[in-house]
Design a protein around this ligand. Structure first.
Ligand SMILES: C[S@@+](CC[C@H](N)C(=O)[O-])C[C@H]1O[C@@H](n2cnc3c(N)ncnc32)[C@H](O)[C@@H]1O
Length: 270
């Protein structure tokens, strides 16, 4: 058996889900339990280099884990990661490279759509339509803004594949110019700024995401009801005054205990 001591757990990350099985006791930002070697090594592999909400998660094991167990757990974890929550699941969708790597998993986008059912959602960075389609399928009216004409055409095509083209208005252009024109006191402004493939896993903030930085400086959400941001797991949520952060986990075997992204919701500027 190993005594396990985990630190860096922010109150809103759903630590039980992250940590997995075990008789955990929680205190402030720490958790403790006892685990057999293979379970402890699995946890060590999953938490390796993880930071959530800008807070690095560290795990200490007493006695220390045997190296072969750690190596085996890393190999298992790498294999498991291949089975992650899928993007679009219907055949016939179109995606360029950026559209593919930035696509929100279909089931998570749908869940978010259901949360805002009946509302008008302005998706300021529609990409190939992952979130816009999820919002429309969840019962929202949607305005999809995208600065890449090709990707917006993919989003329209993909919306047709999902039978929701009619629920989405597609606007080609710069969100900084177009989103303020669609402001309404009942509408949600959703922004999923480009993260890049190599976003800093150890922690990043507003200044690292140029579109988010520009949008916040410009007060892009003025006149909306709520601003909803989709951000990398390691994003320092404390930088967003008045924002309510939430960790969104995957649901496939490879990511059910992995935070896929943060959602930060805050009242829009008046
Ligand atoms: C992270 S992706 C969005 C992915 C989308 N949420 C999905 O699930 O399919 C960000 C998108 O923002 C677009 N973008 C970047 N700057 C923009 C701007 N100023 N105005 C509108 N779109 C922009 C990029 O072209 C990219 O397609």
């Amino acid at each position: 058996m190993h005594s396990v001591f985990v630190t860096g757990l922010l109150p809103w990350i759903d630590a039980r889900r992250l940590l997995g099985p075990g008789e955990w006791t929680f205190e402030a930002r720490t958790a403790r339990t006892e685990l057999v070697t293979h379970a402890a090594a699995d946890l060590a592999a999953r938490l390796h280099n993880v930071a959530l909400g800008g807070s690095p998660i560290t795990a200490e094991f007493r006695p220390a884990l045997p190296r072969p167990a750690v190596r085996a757990a890393r190999t298992t974890d790498a294999r498991r990661r291949r089975d992650t929550s899928p993007g679009f699941t219907r055949p016939g969708v179109r995606l360029d490279e950026e559209g593919r790597f930035s696509l929100t998993p279909e089931a998570l986008a749908l869940e978010l759509g259901r949360r805002f059912s009946g509302r008008l959602v302005v998706d300021a960075t529609a990409g190939a339509g992952g979130n816009s389609i999820g919002f429309a399928r969840g019962g929202c009216r949607v305005v999809a803004i995208e600065q890449s004409a090709a990707r917006l055409a993919d989003a329209r095509h993909n919306a047709r594949v999902y039978g929701v083209e009619g629920a989405i208005e597609f606007l080609h252009g710069d969100a900084l110019a177009l989103a303020p024109k669609r402001a309404h006191e009942d509408a949600i402004l959703f922004l999923d700024p480009p993260w890049g493939v190599d976003w800093p896993r150890a922690g990043l903030g507003v200044a690292d995401l140029p579109l988010l930085d520009a949008a916040l400086r410009a007060g892009i959400d003025r006149g909306y009801h709520t601003l909803v941001l989709k951000l990398p797991p390691s994003f320092r949520a404390s930088e967003l005054d008045g924002g309510r952060p939430e960790a969104v986990y995957g649901f496939a075997p490879g990511d059910t205990r992995r935070v896929k992204f943060l959602l930060v919701t805050r009242p829009a500027l008046r």
